[in-house]
Ligand binder design. Sequence first.
Ligand SMILES: [Zn+2]
Length: 255
Amino acid sequence: MNLELRPEVATGYKSLSQKARVMTETWAEENLYCPSCPSDNLNPAPTGKRVIDFSCSNCDEHYQLKSQSRPFGYSVANSAYEPKIKAIRERRNPNYLFLHYDPREFKVQNLFLVPKHFMTPAIIEKRKPLSANARRSGWVGSNILLGNLPLDARIPIVKDGYEVPKDAVRNAWSRFLFLREQTLYSRGWLADVLTYVRKLDQETFTLSDMYEFEDQLAKLHPRNKHIRPKIRQQLQILRDRGIIKFLGRGKYQVI
Ligand SMILES: [Zn+2]
């Protein structure tokens, strides 16, 4: 993977944003590989001005690329809200690739993948409708709340200017594929419990450590009155899938 962008592909464009778009799209077309299978390239399918979809002709996974010249933060603006929620419910949503480039050095600094199986309605925020004066008055966009995702949902492909080995990327991808077999409801629970396991940032933890998050989890799942049994159930699933290990007596180890 060559991390240099090629400014020469954008010479015909005037505005900086157009230049940036062409450079990052060309880069992706020339350098991206499929994280979900052994295929070494992805096919671009332009869909709009700022969005480009890629698909893998081998495994048929779809990826949507979002590029910007500053690091991605807690939240990132995205497409129309209702269609997005509908796509998630119907499991038609794409995987996301978030690319951060250095506009002075013309270099890819960070690129991470958020697999579609981590996407739930809970991490999509509804934006205010556009004002009456706006060209698309009344249009309702969305934000993807990257900060609410467990760390496992952000798979680095390029980190701080260095490429992550392909094997590591593909392993990280396949580790949580089991989420696709779960309902949207249980995927949400699993991701939330995993988020708090990661927040503890400890090699081992106890059930009481996890019960400390009871209030936060209750807020995220207001209709559920049995938060503690739900936490235990998610930990069991994470154990069965080899993400954590039971050490006995309410103690767990992160693998
Ligand atoms: Zn593939």
